[in-house]
Design a protein around this ligand. Structure first.
Ligand SMILES: [Zn+2]
Ligand SMILES: [Zn+2]
Length: 135
């Protein structure tokens, strides 16, 4: 299967090919800050499955521990700021494509949620098979 998506302004578009690993909701503080929303919805796949057209800007997210190690490379459109994909460092290329940027959202069905300790108090999502406090 393959899915396509784009940023708000259209300068960046992409295709994800092959089977995805999972669709995961992330409640972490940094996803909330980056998206401006209550949580992020992520198509989890491998970097080799993603084909991007256009130029993404990368922010090296160092996480909450205040150290120098980049835990997540967050990539977004430099023109409109839409988050497109995050790459998890130290995982051999696991990526999280932001489901809000998909062209066809009819197949999006998250069943995993992570970083529940940062979940906003009003959020109670249906259909979750796995809920994990941290990542
Ligand atoms: Zn854009
Ligand atoms: Zn997150």
């Amino acid at each position: 299967m393959s899915v396509t998506g784009r940023c708000l302004c259209g300068e960046v578009s992409y295709e994800v090919t092959g089977d995805i690993v999972a669709t995961a909701v992330c409640h972490c503080d940094h996803c909330q800050r980056q998206s401006g929303g209550a949580f992020s919805v992520n198509i989890v796949a491998h970097a080799s499955q993603l084909n991007v057209t256009g130029t993404l800007v990368t922010y090296g997210d160092r996480g909450d521990d205040g150290g120098d190690t980049v835990h997540v490379e967050r990539r977004f459109c430099g023109t409109c700021g839409s988050p497109i994909v995050s790459e998890l460092m130290g995982t051999d290329g696991v990526i999280a494509v932001k489901a809000g940027s998909l062209d066809d959202k009819s197949a999006v069905k998250p069943n995993v949620e992570v970083w529940c300790e940062h979940r906003q108090p009003w959020v109670d999502l249906p259909g979750m098979d796995v809920s994990i406090d941290r990542e």
